[in-house]
Ligand binder design. Structure first.
Ligand code: CMC
Length: 430
């Protein structure tokens, strides 16, 4: 029960606010009445102290290094579950029964094809376009093809849009890849599981048989689980903000993909592998560590640090294990980049700069090495992140749309520009 037990004194005026408790994690001060009561806004650039919404989906304890989807630890889901089960959990709140899971898998599987006309969209892009550019465009274009699932007020249409996006994202991602490498598109196959189907659409060619390696498919599936949701990160907040205006879900997810692309967010997996290649050998690590610590050098260790985790990112641990499994399965005994990564991690974790700032490897540190071993070029890494995160975005979007207290998101600002001034005609300007 909320009680007015937070107070803010401004001059001689006192303002009282409710403190709301979650099930776990920090409580929040409900300052929504502040502007009406005092005429002031709060100021929190980067939202470091702001809870933008109430959510029941994902919980992170950054100090402990804990990540829970609907209460279940990520380690348990990654080790014992599979991606579609995780999708069901994120969307509906509970792990599915056998019958519910079969039904869900069936429904996703039978939505994997995309409208044939959509394939022509791809040829409008340059062959050297970044696959994330293709993703932003083509996922946004879904709203032009699936008019029967854009009415956000209709629960059935919301459900169909959710399934369509989870089902079609691997097809679109694989097509972006095939287009980029100049190979024919490969249609989805309903006899394959989600991850195997994706690998098949990426790596099969019409001229020979392609057998999906089950160990690699399992690794792919686990990578999808690890990326499925991460509470109110930048891209998820983007999806929620876009959706708060009533925009259709395909447009909202395209907005999320655009936000994810940045190197501080999902683009870090690509940037981390590029950095490891640039370092190249273990003896060059100290030089890069020094650069990362130099305030005058913009260089940062990519795949290190996190806004919320001030401990080892639990996803990075599982990813590191997955890296070893994939390299083992492929018989890659020596991967110079893995050697650089492991040594870099060791050195950074013992360096006062990184220790004091609580900078630990995040999920992106090892994912690049794994994805590269699976056969993906670096520019596909963020696409895979987007594919997996789609369910998180959708679940968060659905939760927001179904919240009766939902209003359009509209932050305010601290204005530091000019006060009102008069227009000057062009001949009098200096
Ligand atoms: N290398 C060197 N110094 C760093 C790093 C890094 N990777 N990350 C943070 N710092 C320093 C930063 O310079 C700052 O120092 P000071 O307090 O002296 O100014 C301090 O640590 C705090 O950093 P911040 O930028 O204020 O922290 P933030 O919470 O705004 O940024 C971050 C978080 C993830 C953007 C940042 O750590 C970063 O740029 N990391 C590299 C990019 C990366 O790996 N991103 C993937 C995040 S995980 C996947 C995802 O969720 O998308």
């Amino acid at each position: 029960m909320a009680e007015k037990n937070a107070e803010l004194q401004v001059g001689v005026q006192n303002h009282a606010f409710d403190v709301l408790d979650g099930t776990i994690g920090p409580s929040v001060v409900d300052i929504s009445s502040l502007y009406n009561d005092s005429g002031m806004f709060t100021y929190d650039p980067g939202f470091t102290s702001t809870a933008s919404c109430e959510s029941k989906i994902t919980y992170i304890d950054g100090d402990e290094g804990t990540l829970l989807y609907r209460g279940y630890p990520i380690e348990q889901l990654a080790n014992h579950g599979d991606f579609l089960e995780t999708c069901y959990l994120l969307l509906y709140g509970e792990l599915p029964t056998k019958a519910e899971k079969d039904d869900f898998v069936h429904r996703v599987t039978y939505h994997t094809m995309i409208h044939e006309q959509m394939s022509r969209f791809f040829s409008g892009f340059r062959r050297d376009a970044h696959p994330m550019a293709i993703m932003v465009g083509t996922v946004g274009a879904l709203s032009a093809f699936y008019h029967d699932s854009t009415d956000i007020a209709d629960p059935h249409q919301r459900m169909v849009a959710s399934l369509r996006m989870i089902a079609k994202m691997p097809t679109i991602a694989a097509m972006a890849y095939k287009y980029h490498v100049g190979q024919p598109f490969v249609y989805p196959r309903n006899d394959l599981d989600y991850a195997s189907n994706f690998l098949h659409m990426c790596f099969a060619v019409p001229c020979e048989e392609y057998k999906v390696n089950p160990v690699l498919a399992r690794a792919m599936d686990r990578i999808f689980i690890l990326h499925a949701d991460h509470e109110q990160n930048a891209s998820t907040s983007t999806v929620r903000l876009a959706g708060s205006s009533g925009a259709n879900p395909f447009a909202c997810i395209a907005a999320g993909i655009a936000c994810l692309w940045g190197p501080a967010h999902g683009g870090a997996n690509e940037a981390a592998l590029t950095m490891l290649s640039e370092i190249g050998s273990v003896d060059r690590i100290p030089e890069f560590i020094e650069r990362a610590k130099d305030k005058d050098d913009p260089f940062r260790l990519m795949g290190f640090g996190h806004r919320v985790y001030k401990n080892y990112d639990p996803r990075a641990r599982i990813m590191q294990k997955t890296t070893h499994e994939v390299l083992g399965e492929l018989g890659i005994k020596d991967d110079p980049l893995l050697d650089v990564a492991m040594e870099l991690e060791k050195i950074a974790l013992n360096d006062d700069y990184f220790v004091d700032k609580k900078l630990y490897p995040n999920i992106d540190f090892y994912s690049g090495i794994t994805l590269r071993a699976l056969g993906f070029p670096t520019n596909m890494f963020t696409v895979l992140f987007a594919l997996a995160r789609t369910v998180g975005w959708i679940a968060q979007w659905k939760e927001m749309v179904e919240d009766p207290s939902q209003r359009i998101g509209r932050p305010r600002q601290l204005y530091t520009g000019y006060e009102q001034r008069d227009y000057v005609s062009i001949d009098q300007r200096r």
